[in-house]
Design a protein around this ligand. Structure first.
Ligand code: ZN
Length: 318
């Protein structure tokens, strides 16, 4: 919304150059610029401990689609305060956790929407008069009942589903005893005893075997879930396992390696990359090269190359 009269004193505004913003409506009397105005609103996906979303029926918004809790911000409120107030007002639920997901421009209403995911204990709802009803519905089903792809509701539910799949993957790999058998001879794999050996001698082979499945998987993932979601998986999984991998790699170095190679960072990155790609296969619900590598990690080794012509031969491991 562009102002033509001063909202404070009613004076007709003139245009005044304002740095990078260019000509801007200005009140000579108050000495104030009046930049274009838009409203801000919050929208929140409230999920309970059973993975169910609070979906609202609000016939004044849509008779066809269900809604998430949303509402306009009031001056003086933070977006988080607005969310807590609206959730309490509209469905009578108190949230235990609240995270910002992103912001969305809603062109139809000239409005900035600030999107959150909140957690709450499952409880009966009490409605405000703006709400015709509400139900707890499993997130997988809820995504089919809100405005379709392109809407903020859809984006939030989609985000939650993606995150919960990554979280399931992280739970799955948490019990792995990383590098437990590193340095111990095995018939199953070719054991590499030195980091130099692993990194220098096996690197060409590593690239030759690892790169094609990475290219294929990346292309597929971008097509199916998009590059933002792919980045999210990498961020989430790397962050979740970083500490464990470093700790266990350092422990192996101390008990089994005499050399100070200065290649620790590279090795840890290789491990994390394998696991992130394994997570991508998990999210895409397909098994492939990295799901197979996960078995080597479960055996307590680090796959650093390949002995033979892949897929024949066997993994070279540390
Ligand atoms: Zn004025």
């Amino acid at each position: 919304m562009t102002f033509r009269f001063c909202p404070k004193c009613g004076e007709r505004l003139t245009l005044k150059p304002m740095g990078d913003d260019g000509d801007t409506p200005f009140c000579e009397k108050c000495g104030n610029p009046w930049f274009e105005m838009f409203s801000s609103a919050v929208i929140v996906l409230v999920v309970n401990e059973f993975g169910e979303a609070a979906l609202l029926r609000q016939n004044y918004i849509s008779e066809k689609f269900r809604n998430l809790v949303s509402g306009y911000m009031k001056p003086g409120e933070t977006a988080e305060e607005t969310v807590r107030r609206e959730v309490l007002e509209e469905i009578g639920v108190e949230m235990t956790d609240l995270r910002l997901v992103g912001t969305y421009w809603f062109a139809k209403k000239d409005m900035l929407m600030i999107g959150f995911i909140g957690k709450a204990k499952k409880a009966d709802f009490t409605f405000s008069q703006e709400v015709d009803g509400a139900e707890w519905i499993p997130v997988e089903d809820a995504i089919k009942l809100v405005h379709p792809k392109g809407s903020v509701s859809y984006a939030l539910l989609d985000e939650y589903l993606k995150r919960s799949i990554s979280a399931k993957f992280i739970e799955k790999i948490k019990p792995i005893k990383w590098f437990e058998n590193s340095g111990t001879s095995t018939d199953k794999y070719l054991l590499v005893r030195s980091v130099y050996d692993a990194y220098d001698n096996w690197n060409a082979k590593y690239l030759e075997v690892w790169e094609p499945p990475i290219c294929l998987l990346e292309k597929l993932a971008v097509e199916i879930i998009g590059s933002d979601a792919l980045d999210d998986i990498f961020d989430t999984v790397s962050f979740a396992i970083d500490e464990d991998i470093w700790r266990e790699w350092t422990a192996f170095r101390e008990r089994g390696l005499s050399e100070q190679s200065g290649l620790d960072e590279e090795i840890v990155d290789m491990v994390k990359r394998d696991l992130c790609w394994a997570a991508v296969e998990y999210v895409l619900n397909r098994t492939g090269f990295f799901t197979a590598l996960l078995e080597i990690y479960k055996d307590g080794y680090f796959p650093c190359g390949w002995d033979g012509v892949y897929p024949n031969g066997r993994a070279a491991v540390m």
